[in-house]
Design a protein around this ligand. Structure first.
Ligand SMILES: Cc1cc2nc3c(=O)[nH]c(=O)nc-3n(C[C@H](O)[C@H](O)[C@H](O)COP(=O)(O)O)c2cc1C
Length: 393
């Protein structure tokens, strides 16, 4: 099993330990952008509590000395059944953040997805970390779609993740409370929050400005997008609310490699996606950042797996522990993803942080596989997990 050879991060024993350290490291605008969910954050909380509603039912005396947590996905072998979700603005949390995340994922043999809202040109990332998946938000008009797909392919990405849960921009109230916007607007408060985080200011933002200039949304479209800090520039959020499955089918025709749709929550949509030729699904509510009150992905995972048994179904949202991973896999997921924890880890300690986060989750999975009485992940099934309701009289 590939294992990143970077030292552990002091005081971090579980993924949740990264968060308070990242909070101290990042200006409040950026911390809020990662941390907050939409509106009253019910979906954000629900993503975690869904895992608590399932209990594990371990097997005993099965001989578990031959454990392997490797999985096969789209013809590749991955060393662990988890990956790094696409998260925008990675290079603002850690110096060259997108390279840090994708590089460590590659070193550890797990999938990582580069966000379409990232700040390092996709060509640079594809070259440094071959095998990274690319996530796109479909542009609203066909000419832009074609140009973007051509660029992604030219850059060398094989696997495309299409995020479909953003027909309009989300309600930014929690970001506004903390002074976050895209682009960030220069203000006294922004300057003060930056100055009060000198390690971030010098080590991440200042270093980036000096060496690479002002970060821009490099991968939103085929052409370069807006800068991350600007008093006047507007981001191109041209209309996308007319998009429907016919647009998806056009992309399917144009993209020859594995095509994954991210953000489905209904088994009916999973079947439409299957019929439209998708290769995989990520069940996701965008980490509780879209419609507040949206069901937790874990809760709809079993019905989606039942509806499209021929497809690899993956999920993200609230995965923080090895036991969460085993619960999701017992309910039918082939692989899970996590977003916030890896980005906090990058903010706290760069490459060593991400390597440590991967190691923590991997070790927890290995230990929990032994405690569950299994050697291989395909031994996980619905008999090893029980929903809380099944214990009620
Ligand atoms: C700060 C932030 C930015 C995100 N940006 C994107 C993005 O650009 N594209 C996308 O498909 N999902 C994006 N997501 C959603 C993640 O891919 C993922 O679905 C979510 O983070 C999973 O939940 P978790 O953070 O609880 O693990 C973002 C999430 C966060 C926290």
């Amino acid at each position: 099993m590939p294992s990143p050879r970077l030292p552990p991060v002091p005081r971090v024993h579980a993924l949740r330990d990264f968060e308070p350290l990242a909070r101290k490291r990042l200006p409040r605008q950026l911390y809020s952008y990662i941390h907050n969910g939409a509106d009253d954050e019910r979906s954000l909380a629900g993503n975690r509590s869904a895992f608590d509603d399932y209990s594990l039912v371990p097997r005993m005396l099965t001989g578990v000395s031959g454990r392997s947590q490797a999985i096969e996905l789209f013809g590749q072998t991955y060393a662990s059944p988890f990956g790094i979700s696409p998260v925008g603005l990675g290079a603002m949390y850690a110096y060259r953040g997108d390279l840090v995340l994708t590089g460590q994922a590659r070193a550890a043999g797990i999938p990582a997805v580069l966000s379409g809202s990232s700040l390092i040109p996709m060509e640079t990332v594809a070259q440094a970390a071959p095998g990274t998946w690319f996530q796109a938000y479909m542009p609203g008009d066909p000419a832009r779609v074609e140009a973007l797909l051509a660029r992604i392919e030219r850059a060398g990405f094989g696997t495309l993740v299409l995020t479909v849960d953003l027909p309009v921009m989300v309600n930014p109230e929690n970001y506004l409370r903390n002074g976050f916007s895209t682009p960030l607007r220069p203000s006294l408060r922004l300057a003060w929050d930056g100055l009060s985080r000198p390690r971030w200011l010098l080590g991440t933002f200042g270093r980036t400005l000096l060496r690479h200039g002002m970060p821009h949304f490099e991968n939103w479209r085929a052409e370069r997008g807006a800068p991350i800090v600007s008093a006047t520039v507007q981001r191109d959020f041209l209309a996308r609310d007319h998009l429907d499955w016919s647009h998806f089918r056009l992309i399917r025709q144009a993209w020859k490699g594995p095509l994954i749709v991210k953000g489905l929550m209904r088994w009916q949509d999973a079947q439409i996606a299957r019929d439209a030729g998708v290769d995989g699904i990520v069940v996701s509510n965008h980490g509780g950042r879209q419609i507040d009150g949206a069901v937790a992905p874990l809760r709809v995972l079993p019905e989606i797996c039942r509806a499209v048994p021929e497809l690899p179904v993956m999920m993200d949202g609230g995965v923080r522990r090895g036991s969460d991973v085993l619960k999701a896999l017992s309910l039918g997921a082939r692989c899970v993803f996590a977003g916030r924890p890896f980005n906090y880890a990058a903010a706290v300690a760069g490459e060593a942080g991400v390597a440590h986060a991967i190691r923590i989750l991997r070790d927890e999975i290995d230990r929990n596989m032994a405690l569950m009485g299994i050697n291989r992940l395909d031994e996980l099934d619905a008999t090893l997990v029980r929903h809380i309701d099944s214990f009620r009289p």
